[in-house]
Design a protein around this ligand. Sequence first.
Ligand SMILES: NC(=O)c1ccc[n+]([C@@H]2O[C@H](COP(=O)([O-])OP(=O)(O)OC[C@H]3O[C@@H](n4cnc5c(N)ncnc54)[C@H](OP(=O)(O)O)[C@@H]3O)[C@@H](O)[C@H]2O)c1
Length: 349
Amino acid sequence: MVDKIKVAVIGASGYAGLELVRLLVRHPGCELAALTSLEYPGRPFSQIFPALAGIVDLPFSQDPAPAKIAAAASVVFTAVPHQTAMGMIPRFLDLGCKVVDLSADFRFRDVSLYEKWYQPHTAPDLIPETVYGLPELHREEVRRTRLVGNPGCYPTCVILGLAPLAQAGLLSPHSVIADCKSGASGAGRQALLGISFCEVNDGFRAYKVLEHRHTPEMEQELSWLAGTPVNVTFTPHLVPMSRGILGTLYANLTAPRSEGDLRELYRKFYQGHPFVRLHPPGSLPDTRDVRGGNFCDLALRVDRDGRRVIVLSAIDNLTKGAAGQAVQNFNLMMGFPETMGLETAPFLP
Ligand SMILES: NC(=O)c1ccc[n+]([C@@H]2O[C@H](COP(=O)([O-])OP(=O)(O)OC[C@H]3O[C@@H](n4cnc5c(N)ncnc54)[C@H](OP(=O)(O)O)[C@@H]3O)[C@@H](O)[C@H]2O)c1
């Protein structure tokens, strides 16, 4: 029997960290060796999250003395805010760990783009070796790297929705509109007025119009696929649900195509990618069908005599949009089957 890989989750008390723990505890190839939290050091994980009582009773450790973490684990998942992540990751790498970072700190190939939207980067020397961890686009590079920048939730939804069109040269580069709706867990577990129950329930609003930091991430990957700069007009909305993102993506096509043509294009593009599911004609994605599952569900409609496409894309922001994708990347980095530990069906109903 092969030894299990020991893993640590930094920021295990947040929503993304919690979802990582939920998935990793049932992963046959790994063992949870360290879970960190600034707020709950010394307290058993299951005391804070009774849903995992008897399943994960490991106590939280105080935040992350890298030498201690690296002595306990060979792979580190960093599920902490951006800026905090890049402050600790170089040390984990120096100590021989592989890292999957769920923050935005290692998602950009161009450090100036990161610095334009976030803040000065403190570990720019690591950027050339970092891989953008969307396995449907970069599977082979993920297998070879020691540092994955795990994609953002909205970018996962939008890039997977449009990637086949971009690569085929069918995406008119200034026409893309990404109208996306997310549940409140996208903002994390911290207590914020704007995501408190009465501020979210029974309402529906846009936020950060033309300012959302996920925009350059979508543009980076779609431009790379298209071989030409692609602009995305991205409008995020907050809807009163806990998990899930539905993207309604509009784009003009550079040449007319039928829905059947595009379905065939998507079928071929995602052949061999087990987590992208194309709905049959007449059926549309629903965030309820992907809750807790690592799937991205897609559907296509073609309008205006084959000149405009509407793509519907649904993911769970915490699973395919964060922790599930991180486990998918971990599997590739470790040489495990890509689906290992991710075979669980989404929650029903
Ligand atoms: N939520 C999503 O849907 C989603 C999707 C994709 C990516 N992400 C990314 O995943 C990361 C975590 O997001 P989240 O939604 O899980 O946020 P969250 O619920 O606010 O959790 C943040 C976690 O980071 C820890 N933390 C905060 N500051 C820290 C510091 N200075 N040092 C060490 N640990 C610290 C917190 O620990 P304590 O509370 O115990 O202090 C907590 O465990 C972020 O970078 C986010 O952008 C989130």
